[in-house]
Ligand binder design. Structure first.
Ligand code: GLP
Length: 259
């Protein structure tokens, strides 16, 4: 079962919801997301890829099938590999599409994605930045946590004022992403990503973390002085952060700090 808890960290408020199994993890994350949609059905939502959010998407599909949530929200891509054709299974737009957007019948005009093969990458970056400005920014950023502390594809060293841009992926990220696609040769070396400054402007943030492999980096994210060496540590300065995490991921968190 997921249980709700929380404690004020100075200067931000981070609420941690521990969830013991994948199903309750998904349910807790979906409940958190749905609470935001209830207040703003046409919210702008940034959504992540990865293994971690799969139970969250499963819970949202169930909620939709049961008529408990609508499909008026707009999906804004968090990140995307460069150089892949439309429809390539590795495209993050395809991944989130398969898991959530297609089952919820989210129309194309509510999917704001990077053109992976943009002929003018700088113009593509500007297009997303302009879209954000003209559509009032991010209502909810649902994000995962890279094993090296990355958020989206903001790799270690990403300053907290970075905006949308193209980045070169680190060897660690290519190795972890190789597990999705069957080898490092299948992982593009460059990617678009929203920047930390874009994510900092989000009105709500939901961080999803599962597994023992994330325990050390979650501890560093929450307890080291905020520092670009651990990009996710920007969350310590953020308001309205909810973390859904399983016991394995929380193993190195001092309960006295959060519970
Ligand atoms: C990828 C994505 C991130 C994701 C992270 C964790 O590199 N770019 O957005 O959060 O890795 O993925 P996983 O949940 O599979 O551990």
């Amino acid at each position: 079962m997921a249980r709700e808890t929380g404690k004020t960290m100075t200067p931000s408020t981070i609420r941690i919801i521990p969830a013991t199994d994948a199903a309750s993890f998904g349910t807790a994350a979906a409940a958190c997301f749905n609470a935001i949609l209830r207040n703003k059905p046409d919210a702008v939502a940034v959504l992540p890829t990865g293994i971690t959010p799969l139970p969250f998407y499963a819970a949202l599909r169930d909620n939709f099938a049961a008529g408990q949530i609508g499909n008026q929200f707009t999906y804004l891509a968090l990140d995307e590999y460069c150089g892949l054709p439309d429809g390539d299974e590795r495209r993050f737009a395809s991944w989130v599409g398969r898991e959530l957007l297609d089952p919820l019948h989210i129309p194309a005009w509510q999917r704001v994605t990077f053109n992976s093969r943009a002929s003018d990458p700088a113009a593509e970056v500007n297009r997303i930045e302009t879209w954000l400005i003209t559509h009032g920014g991010i209502d909810v950023a649902v994000i995962g946590l890279g094993g090296n502390g990355h958020v989206g594809f903001n790799e270690p060293g990403s300053a907290f004022d970075t905006r949308t841009r193209i980045v070169t992926l680190t060897a660690a990220t290519i190795a972890s992403n190789a597990e999705y696609w069957g080898g490092t040769s299948r992982v593009p070396t460059q990617a678009f990503t929203l920047g930390i400054a874009n994510l900092r402007a989000a009105r709500h943030t939901i961080l999803l973390v599962r597994g023992a492999a994330k325990a050390a980096i979650l501890r560093r994210t929450l307890t080291e002085p905020p520092n670009p060496a651990v990009p996710a540590s920007y969350l310590q300065h953020q308001n309205n952060v909810t973390i859904i995490a399983d016991p394995a991921a929380l193993a190195e968190i001092d309960p006295a700090l959060f519970f």
